[in-house]
Design a protein around this ligand. Structure first.
Ligand code: RP5
Length: 162
C-alpha cells in the first residue's frame, strides 16, 4: 500500500513531476504516481483520496497549473498532510498556480513548495522527512543524502581554492 500518493492535474504535468516520483523511489518510499483533476474528474479525486487514506497513505502530493485547486480539493477531503506543487502552465508564469495553492483558508493547510521541478523534488524530500518521524530507515537515507550534498559543495570549494 502506498505511503505517498502523487496527484497531477494533467498528464501534461508529468515531465515536471517525474523527479518527485523518481526521488521517492530512490528513497525506498512506496508511492502512487497518477493523474486526477480537481475540475475535470472531481469524483475520481475524492474517491481516490478516501481509498488511499483508508489504505494508510501518509502524505498526499498535489501538483497542478493554472487555477491550481487540486491540492485544496484534496485537503478538503483528508486530515493527512497535503503538499502542493504549483506548476507553470500559463502566461502568468506560475504565479496563478502559486497563489491558488498557497492561499488556503484556516484549518485546511497545503504545505506549498517551490514551482516545477525544484518543488517536485522538495515535495518528495518533505514527504520523506514526515515519514522519517517514525521510520528510521528513511531517516538514515535522508542523512546519507545530506552528507552527499555537503560533500559535493566541499569538493567544488576545494577545486576552486586549489
Ligand atoms: C491544470 O491545467 C493541469 O495541472 C495543467 O498544469 C494545466 C493544463 O492542463 P492540460 O490542459 O494540459 O491538460 O489542470
Amino acid at each position: 500500500m502506498p505511503q505517498v500518493v502523487i496527484f497531477m492535474g494533467s498528464i501534461s504535468d508529468e515531465e515536471k513531476m517525474r523527479p518527485c516520483s523518481d526521488l521517492l523511489g530512490e528513497l525506498g518510499i512506496d508511492h502512487v504516481f497518477t493523474v486526477s483533476s480537481a475540475h475535470r474528474t472531481p469524483e475520481r479525486t475524492a474517491r481516490l483520496v478516501a481509498e488511499y487514506e483508508a489504505a494508510g497513505c501518509q502524505v498526499f502530493i498535489c501538483a497542478a497549473g493554472l487555477a491550481a485547486h487540486l491540492a485544496g480539493a484534496v485537503a478538503a477531503k483528508t486530515i493527512r498532510p497535503v503538499l502542493g506543487v504549483p506548476l507553470t502552465a500559463s502566461p502568468l508564469g506560475g504565479m496563478d498556480a502559486l497563489l491558488a495553492t498557497v492561499q488556503m483558508p484556516p484549518g485546511f493547510p497545503v504545505g506549498t513548495v517551490a514551482l516545477d521541478k525544484v518543488g517536485a523534488q522538495n515535495a518528495a524530500w518533505l514527504s520523506a522527512q514526515i515519514i522519517a518521524l517514525h521510520d528510521d530507515r528513511v531517516a538514515e537515507k535522508i542523512r546519507q543524502a545530506r552528507d552527499g550534498f555537503k560533500a559535493s559543495v566541499e569538493k567544488a570549494a576545494a577545486s576552486l581554492e586549489r
